[in-house]
Unconditional design. Structure first.
Length: 237
């Protein structure tokens, strides 16, 4: 009777790309649930059922892992923008789509937004990084839509598109700041003591605000300036 021990069964080794994707998703879940500072690399490993050293095999530091999580998130946000924007019937509709999608990202991933605004953008390793480039490409989509609207005669040409980009994204960040700072995860969902973020209404309101300000105005006889002698007696100018 053979006394040979049965062959040891090893868990199948994952391809590098698949393993990296799993680490990034697990890290994102925990960063969103607990925050970056309170999440230990060991917890990410535990969530995946691997030893802590496995994480460091792919990411030298926790900070590098955070930057890669945000890069992965930005790449997801790009999605099928080219196809979806082309499917819109007007420049206003394309602008609305970009605003709505950005608001959806804020609503669904407030803690990632908080990390981006507070932990990353103010640090020395952000400028010139891949994440910085992704952010510029992401916001450039809105500039391109506005410039196309200008070229098509739908939007005014005297207002610089980069300024409007800052108005939109800066306005969204400011308006949603309380939501971003107070959002927590409960039963897998983002909740906030300051109320929910109504992205449908906000997207429509912000799109209207921007488009009403940059729409080309066509002169009509009825819109001619009122002269002093045209003002009825008793009315104030």
């Amino acid at each position: 009777m053979s006394s040979a021990k049965p062959a040891r069964v090893h868990a199948p080794r994952l391809a590098r790309e698949q393993r990296v994707d799993e680490i990034l998703l697990a890290a994102r879940d925990l960063f969103c649930e607990k925050g970056y500072e309170l999440t230990a690399v060991a917890e990410i490993a535990l969530k995946l059922g691997v030893v802590e050293g496995t994480i460091y095999k792919y990411f030298a530091t926790k900070r590098e892992l955070l930057l890669k999580v945000l890069e992965y998130w930005y790449e997801e946000m790009f999605g099928d923008y080219a196809r979806d924007l082309a499917g819109q019937s007007s420049h206003r509709a394309r602008l609305h789509l970009l605003i709505w999608r950005h608001l959806r990202s804020v609503r669904d991933f407030p803690r990632l937004c908080r990390l981006m605004f507070r932990e990353v953008q103010s640090e020395h390793d952000y400028r010139g990084s891949l994440l910085h480039d992704l952010n510029r490409r992401y916001t450039q989509l809105l500039v391109d839509v506005i410039e196309a609207g200008i070229a098509g005669g739908e939007f005014r040409a005297d207002l610089p598109a980069p300024l409007l980009r800052s108005l939109v994204y800066g306005g969204i960040e400011h308006h949603s700041w309380a939501y971003i700072m107070n959002a927590t995860v409960k039963n897998g969902r983002n909740v906030c003591g300051r109320g929910a973020l109504d992205i449908d209404s906000l997207a429509e309101q912000l799109t209207t605000l921007v488009c009403e300000g940059i729409a080309v105005r066509h002169s009509h006889p009825s819109s001619a300036p009122i002269r002093g002698e045209d003002i009825p007696r008793g009315a104030s100018a």
